[in-house]
Design a protein around this ligand. Structure first.
Ligand SMILES: [Zn+2]
Length: 262
């Protein structure tokens, strides 16, 4: 029996963008893959007309993540049961059931139950800035680290972006990207981590098709005209064909290329 991978994310769609490749690759290699979501994503931005009359965004996003999970070979999707906290600085950050405001130990207990039940070998969380500073993403880092310590999960990885790789890609493709609306500005790009902080680079080039399809399943959040889906196929592959992690604990002696011991 191969070890179980648990990926912990803030909102439905984060899993496809950040770790869709390792999820698909682990599943293809015979690992059990479990997705845990801190929140239901109720406060995501949604274009007018996307939701039906009286339809809650959370229920739409639950359907979307179920489909994405199927595409990525996920065996179980679990919600911790918290509400979306909204963007940093919004009054919703401290709403009664907001994930970002939940006591870390209380939220961690819910994740511990899943880690123990699944006998998780690997847990992925986010880097300490949560990638880009969203309060629910930062909470994934705090809660995930705490839960892994309590459950004694053997291998814990912080999912991050290789900032240097992304900046190089932006410079190389400045001309093409300039034509895509909402393209990030390289002069103002502070997401992720410098290459020197990264311990683990996973090649998911064989799984970018599944990753892209999983993103498309999240149509309320990642519409066809969004920056990600507008990238030409080779640029998409360059941007999403690797996933980067910082392994917790002692830094590995050599750069790792996979999350499990082979
Ligand atoms: Zn998110």
């Amino acid at each position: 029996m191969r070890g179980t991978l648990v990926t912990f994310h803030a909102h439905p769609d984060d899993e496809a963008i950040a770790t869709g490749g390792v999820m698909a690759r682990a599943s293809a290699a015979g690992h059990r893959v479990v997705l845990v979501l801190g929140t239901d994503g109720e406060l995501g931005e949604v274009a007018p007309g996307v939701l039906g009359e009286g339809e809650a965004l959370a229920s739409r996003r639950a359907e979307e993540v179920a489909r994405a999970a199927e595409i990525l070979g996920v065996s179980r999707v679990a919600f911790l049961g918290y509400g979306d906290s909204g963007m940093a600085g919004e009054p919703t950050n401290t709403a009664p059931n907001a994930f970002a405001a939940a006591p870390v130990d209380q939220a961690a207990e819910r994740l511990v139950a899943i880690l123990q039940e699944e006998e998780a070998e690997v847990l992925t969380v986010y880097d300490e800035n949560g990638g880009y500073g969203h309060p629910d993403h930062i909470q994934v880092h705090r809660v995930g680290i705490r839960a892994a310590a309590l459950a004694r999960t053997p291998r814990v990885y912080e999912s991050t972006l290789n900032r240097d790789h992304v900046l190089e890609l932006m410079r190389n493709r400045a001309a093409e990207m300039g034509e895509i609306p909402d393209a990030p500005d390289p002069d103002d790009f502070t997401m992720g981590s410098p290459a020197s902080a990264i311990t683990t680079t996973v090649d998911v080039g064989d799984f970018v098709g599944q990753k892209r399809a999983a993103m498309q399943a999240h149509a309320s959040q990642i519409p066809e005209d969004s920056f990600f889906l507008q990238l030409p196929p080779d640029a998409f592959r360059e941007a999403f064909g690797y996933e980067w992690f910082i392994r917790r604990g002692e830094r590995p002696r050599t750069h790792e290329t996979w999350l499990f011991d082979r």
